[in-house]
Design a protein around this ligand. Structure first.
Ligand code: AMP
Length: 194
């Protein structure tokens, strides 16, 4: 069982790489963004609680996010491995995830951070907005989401770095090239960067 966290700012290509990784390794995909979007679309009680927060581009409070995540893990006791996409985004979330994994006799084995500059992220999201029409990608929310990443989420990286689990991959390049670099890490073939 391999559990992987795919990390990176909005527009880094986490969704695209997740699809390819799932096809290759059979991960159960847990995207907290997709889960929240499902809840808001279906107008569930949770959806009602988070709709405005999401629409503003802010992070949903840890308490809500962690509870939803736990529920999702409990739904998949037979998973061969999980791919976490968009979670954790804060240090308390990372700590909670480690605890959940530990209580199931497992762990987060790899954290792969897609390294993409803020400028590239802005260009990609602007392009994606024209095709996907996602409510949270509207112009005024974009700044907030990027700010949330660079002011809060980025602090999760030292947490994993201290535990020796952080792997950084250049997120700019061809989709297949980036995918190859991620698979080399998972398959243990990556050359450690000194
Ligand atoms: P995403 O598609 O992953 O960028 O997520 C869309 C939105 O869902 C974010 O802008 C947040 O409002 C919310 N969200 C998703 N994942 C998390 C998380 N791990 N912690 C807090 N909020 C989240």
């Amino acid at each position: 069982m391999i559990n992987l966290v795919l990390f990176g700012p909005p527009g880094a290509g986490k969704g695209t790489q997740s699809e390819k990784l799932i096809a290759r390794y059979g991960f159960v995909h847990i995207s907290t963004g997709d889960l929240f979007r499902w809840h808001t679309k279906n107008d569930t009680p949770l959806g009602k609680r988070v709709k405005e927060i999401m629409n503003s581009g802010a992070l949903v409070p840890d308490e809500i996010t962690i509870a939803m995540l736990k529920e999702e893990l409990d739904k998949n006791p037979q998973a061969k491995g999980f791919l976490f996409d968009g979670f954790p985004r804060t240090v308390p979330q990372a700590e909670a995830l480690d605890q959940f994994m530990k209580s199931n006799g497992s762990a987060i084995h790899f954290v792969v951070a897609l390294n993409v500059t803020e400028e590239e992220v802005r260009t990609r999201i602007a392009r994606r907005r024209t095709v996907e029409n996602r409510a949270d990608d509207e112009e005024e929310k974009l700044n907030k989401r990027i700010t949330e990443y660079f002011s809060k989420t980025i602090h999760v990286l030292p947490y994993y770095e201290q535990k020796g689990r952080l792997n950084t991959v250049n997120g700019i390049g061809s989709i297949d090239g980036i995918f190859d670099n991620i698979t080399r890490i998972i398959d243990g073939k990556a050359t450690p960067v000194s």
